[in-house]
Ligand binder design. Structure first.
Ligand code: PEP
Length: 267
């Protein structure tokens, strides 16, 4: 709980001083990375020292790399994970609990990523259980949501996002925090990105929902954009109202690209 409270306090202090929500640049390595990939992390850690500490930086590697990444991370780089089981322990072969991930050094866990929803049949009710497990363990869940291309074409984007989030978002205790990541399914790994107006529209309805569900606190919770964010489009996307950071897949694997996105966040 201690590290989790500190995270919340740091974010709140930043908001009090600047009146802004502190940006989060988060990398999702998916099923990529061997021990040899830690050289990229070393490069990220070194380069972070060249930038002002004006945005949070997080990498969610495969579970095999959480411990070695955390051991070298230092103060500026946060380490997270990509999924968790809702239970704290037990006969769940091949799974990892939020408590185990916390023990390994994770301070964030991605839940409800579209690849988990489609490849592993994880439904929103399960995602909500995962988010509650994270909060129980003192971890910040990053709750992902997005519409398919067909849903966007049918004009169902906002309804879809809100319907999924209502079922996926957890109840928050007084010291709990969450992050929401808006990731249009058709933008993930495709090079396609919604227009600025489309991103702004969805982030606004997510903000409205967060305020409805969590009152004043909903105004401070971070909403990330994810889906083909890269150095060339990061500054423009990060400047959109209610975009409080990015969840980055492919472009997080190379330190140079990831740090170019971080540079856009702190510019
Ligand atoms: C993701 O899968 O979370 C993602 C945003 O991937 P990419 O940046 O590669 O589109």
């Amino acid at each position: 709980m201690f590290q989790h409270s500190l995270l919340g306090e740091r974010t709140n202090l930043f908001k009090m001083v600047t009146g802004m929500v502190r940006t989060l640049i988060a990398g999702n390595w998916k099923m990529n990375g061997l021990k040899s990939s830690l050289s990229e992390v070393d490069a990220v850690i070194t380069q972070l020292g060249d930038f002002p500490d004006a945005a949070d930086c997080l990498i969610c590697p495969p579970a095999t790399l959480v411990v070695p990444m955390q051991e070298r991370a230092g103060a500026r780089l946060k380490v997270g994970a990509q999924s968790c089981h809702p239970e704290a322990f037990g006969a769940f072969t091949g799974d990892l609990s939020a408590e185990q991930l916390k023990d390994a050094g994770a301070s964030y866990v991605i839940v409800g990523h579209s690849e988990r929803r489609s490849e592993h049949g994880e439904r929103s009710a399960y995602v909500q259980e995962q988010a509650h497990a994270c909060l129980r363990a003192g971890i910040v869940p990053i709750v992902c949501v997005g519409e398919s291309f067909a849903q966007r074409q049918r004009g169902e984007t906002k309804d879809t996002v809100i319907r999924i989030l209502r079922k996926s978002l957890p109840t928050l205790g007084s010291s709990d925090s969450i992050v929401v990541a808006y990731e249009p399914l058709w933008a993930i790994g495709t090079g396609l990105v919604p227009s600025d107006e489309e991103i702004a529209e969805v982030h606004q309805v997510i903000r409205d929902l967060l305020v409805e569900l969590y009152q004043d606190r909903g105004a401070d919770l971070r909403i990330l954009y994810g889906g083909s964010m890269k150095p060339s489009n990061a500054a423009e996307i990060l400047a959109i109202k209610n975009v409080n950071g990015g969840l980055i897949g492919g472009a997080s694997l190379k330190a140079a690209d990831f740090m170019a996105i971080y540079a856009a966040a702190v510019a």
